[in-house]
Design a protein around this ligand. Structure first.
Ligand code: 0X9
Ligand code: ZN
Length: 484
């Protein structure tokens, strides 16, 4: 059974007000005025398990902040005076944060101070990864990476959000794009999962700075086209910085006649097994699937980008939190056709995390049986429609926004495992049949294979079993046939 997801209210916030520093540039960091306050409110874990439990708690003013109730219960925000009421209903209450507003204020002050320093930094001072960063800094960081290695890094826009914000991606690759496998990673599907932005940007920086320095990185930037989208849900991200820190979904507005709290969960809006158990049709739900598959501009932009990029072979939709490596199926509870390969890779990735970073053993398994069922999620769609070996991380933490000191460790946790995922896919990709690297699949490749085979070169060990036999010839011909 999955372990309980502990939410520390010390580092998550439902709504944070940031005073605008006099020296700060354009980005308004939430006027205190616009942000909801939680004075006197308490964060607590409650052993509520059923929809009826939830209804009874909501009727006395408690608000669920977990995305779903798990068998262990859920995390709630309780207005002053409701603890006794909840106890009277027979629930067991465990106070997690006695002063939600105080915790939010302390965290806001820390982030604001770090941002001030970062904005005023001199050459070579202040790290992007010292604390969480809002959209303008994320955007500027992409520019910084491009400036460092314009030969390797470029920017692309996959589309725009509901509110018209561009959804940016970064391509990191040493030549040969289009005829080598691409690995697409995205952060921030869910607005409040701030660590995911840092996590994928850390990966980007390592790839950029490690090229030509670190042999493993160099090899993987040569052999893989990296497509990194740090913020898939920019409206939601902005909203968590300005108005409601604990917002999860995108910012689809309700129609005039409907409830005031809408928003679609992007991770319930993909078309594969959409609209089934593991999503909600209620627009107020944290897992609202939207009116139709791909009804949302953010998921639609990603879909169209994937369809326009047929070389994609790997994907990771980075979420937080839970220390998990998850893979299809998300909606079906039976094993997927590639279950064994996924499980073996996931286990090998988890080994790397345990060996290099002391955060305990990560859970590895299909999303539906490891966590809960997800309908219309990204992972299944990328696997079935996107032709990708698609994984999802749930990063480290006891909260959506762990302490600043946890940011870099939370980026490093997954770094080597992600490289392994890339190598795994590159080692098996049919693009390897382009033996002479001319971006073409023709007779020269067959000759080059035979020469390499005769010489016992690694490039001809097509089934990666460290010997050269008929299986390699068959594997080469299968790959060649697929590509030519
Ligand atoms: O419920 C979700 O969408 C994810 N958990 S979270 O706590 N981050 O909200 C889990 C599913 C991740 N799944 C896919 N990428 N399909
Ligand atoms: Zn998430």
């Amino acid at each position: 059974m999955r372990r309980y997801r502990f939410i520390s209210f010390v580092s998550l916030g439902l709504a944070c007000g940031f005073a605008m520093p006099a020296t700060a540039a354009a980005q308004p960091l939430a006027g205190d005025a616009g942000a909801a306050r939680y004075d006197g409110q308490v964060g607590a874990h409650i052993d509520a398990r059923t929809p009826e439990d939830l209804e009874r708690l909501e009727s006395i003013g408690a608000a669920l902040v977990s995305c779903e109730l798990s068998p262990a219960g859920g995390d709630f925000i309780l207005p002053p005076g409701t603890i006794a009421g909840a106890e009277a209903l027979g629930f067991t209450i465990t106070i997690v944060e006695p002063d939600v507003q105080g915790a939010l204020d302390r965290e806001s002050a820390r982030i604001r101070a770090s941002l001030d320093l970062y904005r005023q930094r001199g050459e070579g001072e202040g790290s992007f990864f010292d604390d969480y960063r809002p959209l303008p800094e994320v955007d500027a960081f992409i520019d910084e990476l491009i400036a460092r290695r314009p030969d390797l890094v470029s920017r692309f826009e996959i589309g725009q959000s509901h509110e018209g914000r561009p959804i940016w991606g970064m391509r990191i690759s040493a030549a040969q794009d289009g005829c080598k496998p691409a690995f697409i990673l995205n952060g921030l599907t869910h607005a409040r999962e701030w660590l995911t932005v840092m996590n994928v940007l850390y990966l980007a920086e390592q790839l950029v700075d490690g090229y030509g320095v670190d042999p493993q990185v160099t090899d993987l930037v040569d052999r893989v086209e990296w497509l990194i989208i740090p913020v898939l849900n920019p409206d939601g991200y902005e909203y968590t910085w300005t108005t409601e820190r604990f917002w999860r979904k995108n910012r689809r507005e309700p129609p005039p006649s409907a409830p005031t709290r809408w928003g679609v969960d992007p991770n319930r809006n993909y078309s594969f097994r959409w609209g089934l158990a593991g999503s909600s049709g209620n627009p107020a739900s944290q897992t609202y699937r939207g009116p139709a598959p791909f009804s949302e501009p953010e998921t639609r932009a990603l879909r169209d980008f994937v369809f326009a990029t047929p070389q994609i072979r790997a994907h990771n939709d980075v979420h937080s939190y839970g220390h998990d490596i998850l893979f299809p199926w998300s909606q079906l509870t039976e094993p997927s056709p590639d279950h064994d390969e996924y499980q073996a890779l996931g286990d090998a990735m988890a080994d790397l995390m345990v060996e290099t970073h002391d955060v305990g053993r990560w859970s590895v398994g299909p999303l539906s049986t490891t966590l809960y069922r997800v309908s219309g999620g990204s992972t299944d769609w990328f696997y079935v429609e996107g032709g990708a070996m698609s994984l999802t991380y749930e990063l480290r933490g006891g909260s959506f926004n762990p302490e600043a000191s946890e940011i870099l460790p939370g980026c490093r946790d997954t770094y080597e495992a992600t490289l392994l995922h890339a190598a795994h896919v590159a080692d098996r990709s049919s693009f390897r049949a382009d033996m002479d690297n001319d971006c073409d699949f023709d007779f020269d490749d067959v000759l080059a294979f035979l020469v390499a085979f005769g010489a016992g070169e690694d490039a001809a060990d097509f089934d990666a079993d460290a010997d050269h036999d008929i299986d390699d010839v068959l594997a080469f011909l299968a790959a060649f046939g697929e590509m030519s």
